[in-house]
Design a protein around this ligand. Structure first.
Ligand SMILES: Cc1cc2nc3c(=O)[nH]c(=O)nc-3n(C[C@H](O)[C@H](O)[C@H](O)COP(=O)(O)O)c2cc1C
Length: 180
């Protein structure tokens, strides 16, 4: 599968089979994540791999009852917890260099996007989970103060049909030529 196919095919997968994710495939996917660009190549991402069922259950409880990704948190054989070291991305000598402050979310997102495409190319699904109690997840996983938990990402083989996903805007609905 080439990158064009992977981008077109990638969808949020929220139903997972219990087929395991091999260490070799996980390594390959995370290696693709690590190829992402980042601010001054700081690679401020820190990734926690969770396979333990009890930990996945605890993490599921950090999602609200109406979050559609709740079941995925326990059904997927792997949950990646994507974090970023604070105060590095977008900083020079301890000071933010742009009005946007800390760029850690941007860098972590680039890492995760590579992960989603690589997983898709290997026939696996992922879903970004951003809506959860971040402080609670950090406590469960013993994440240090200087590191920010950003996202939870279930990873595994989809159960049933590959999801269709919501429609996209037409390009002309977001495109501006020359000026806004
Ligand atoms: C930053 C971010 C946070 C998200 N958080 C959640 C979430 O908490 N729960 C969920 O079910 N989906 C979540 N999603 C998935 C989006 O709903 C999904 O990507 C969007 O509807 C487009 O569908 P598609 O991924 O299938 O193309 C999130 C996506 C992004 C990029």
């Amino acid at each position: 599968m080439d990158v064009f196919e992977a981008m077109a095919r990638r969808r949020s997968v929220r139903k997972y089979s219990d087929k395991p994710v091999s260490d070799a495939d996980l390594d390959r996917i995370l290696t693709c994540g690590g190829q992402a660009p980042s601010w001054v190549n700081f690679q401020c991402w820190e990734i926690i791999v969770v396979r333990d069922v009890q930990t996945k259950e605890q993490l599921m409880e950090t999602l609200s009852k109406n979050n559609p990704a709740r079941q995925a948190m326990v059904a997927a054989p792997v949950v990646l917890v994507a974090c970023g070291r604070k105060g590095e991305s977008g900083y020079h000598k301890g000071q933010p260099t742009t009005v946007l402050g800390d760029w850690l979310m941007f860098d972590v997102a680039l890492f995760l996007h590579n992960v989603t495409l690589a997983a898709c190319a290997l026939g696996m699904g992922t879903v970004h989970v951003g809506s959860f109690e971040h402080a609670k997840a950090a406590e469960i996983l013993a994440v240090p103060q200087q590191v920010q938990v950003v996202e939870l990402m279930p990873l595994g083989y989809p159960e049933g049909d590959w999801p269709k996903g919501p429609k996209r805007k037409a390009i002309q609905d977001f495109l501006h030529w020359e000026k806004y």
